[in-house]
Design a protein around this ligand. Sequence first.
Ligand code: SF4
Length: 439
Amino acid sequence: MKKVYIETLGCQMNKSDSERISGILSQFGYDETTEEKEADLLIVNTCSIRQLSADKAYSLLGVWGKRKKDKPDIKIGICGCVAQQDKEKIRKRAPYVDLIFGTHNIYELPELIKKIENGEKICAITNKPVICNQNDFKIIRKDSVNAWIPIIEGCNNFCTYCVVPFTRGRERSRQPEEIIQEAKNIINEGFREITLLGQNVDSYGKDLNNPKITLANLLRDLNKLEGNFRIRFVTSYPSDITDDLINAVEECDKVCKYFHIPMQSGNSRILKEMNRHYTKQQYYETVEKIRKRFSNVAITSDFIAGFPGETEEEFQDTLNAMEELELDYSNTAAYSPRAFTKAGKMTDLFLSDEIKYERLNRLNEKNKEVCLKSNTKFIGKVLKVLVESKTLKDGKTILNSRADNNKIVHFESNKYDIGDFAEVKINLAQTWCLFGVAI
Ligand code: SF4
């Protein structure tokens, strides 16, 4: 067997793609290795959400290019969002790269690998995905407890700061039978958690007519499968969360009571500039509706600090929203201009790095404060958790688990192991995690 090393940058969708790439390559004589230096094939699966991430990919190609000078037989590949967007730039900056393939070309890998092994340099970037049944290909999953299933890819929303519609294309839902078959395979393999993935997961099914399906009904179908497992779904778009979806989450005992709903800004003018299709008020109403229905629910979000033209008062609305909504956790980032996007062209409104990062710091401080407040609410409560890993500390076994509502919970026990569900009474809260005792 030859060896392939895959460096994955970016989101869960990229991690899931890498598991699929690894699986396909294993069928063509490549074993995945974690040791870069022993690899015959090096692949970087890139992310272009922020400039920092794209820069990291180019710097890695630089290091690998130097290695190829000493070891000319190694092959170098690049895929993901940077490859989809920047093929000409990659060719110029790293002419030694053997394989450039786009987000739509993963399932062509068997053909592409043969060609580069025969010495060809290949660039396979299309705007149309290869239509295939993904279950025909092997997947090598990294985690032993959670398995990702991408159910919809691409996005139609065109938020003005985001490259996803350009790199991943328009929304395409997978057929429900294919998803259910993948879920059955996962459950049979012993996984305890299924995470349904989509850049805009609540849009699932909008592009399918035969059969007609929604995310809510897909959850109901998956919930009927036999087995001891739970289901999550990410990422939700605020105005796409329907009452039926909330009903389905309530009805389905295997579906986690957890919603990740990026708000991005707490100010309605900025939301409009971002081309987000909801106001601050509508977001507040959605959060209120969810909180009323579920007692231990957690709601997490994403926020951008320093969007072009954002005033200090408008930024204050974001800080207030984080606090007023009592969000359980938020991913935060300073605005990063991206090629092709509308906001990337608003150069006269760009804020200085100094302002953006000062706002980001304040956002992070508020995030910490609000997370601790949220975690403290769980002291004395019993949460159902799934053990993900364990560590030995001072001769004691500490289990690291995740509650249904996505809170990280640590507890000491010799009774439970990785992959077990347990009920834990929370007795201590810290900013990013909870501690408790199994009951
Ligand atoms: S909803 Fe907006 S931020 Fe999310 S993937 Fe689509 S365009 Fe990007």
